[in-house]
Design a protein around this ligand. Sequence first.
Ligand SMILES: [Zn+2]
Length: 118
Amino acid sequence: MFCSECGAEINDKAVVCPKCGVPVAGKGFDANGRPAVPNHMVAAVLTTIFCCLIGGIIAIIYASQVNTKLAQGDIAGAQSASKTAMGWIIANIVLGLLGSLCYIIPAIAAAAAAANAA
Ligand SMILES: [Zn+2]
């Protein structure tokens, strides 16, 4: 690949351009040279739809803080918000699974009772 800044050819494993020292996008840094921090926004939105609305909204709030803090140069804050968002996403998936069991188990029990009655 080639450096986006000076056009020099860069080894695929390089993290910074050997010629101008600009961080290589996609190697732990974004195109602006800031450390890339995953915001988990897609996962947060999906768990809001499929799992729990309240927990999902909290995850979305933290996910949206990641990009805000990155834009402010608050790398540590962005990484912390990213971790918190992921924690809420995982908790939300667990809650979603438990919640669906609350529907599935009575449905199976009702079906079994109906089968026994017949
Ligand atoms: Zn360069």
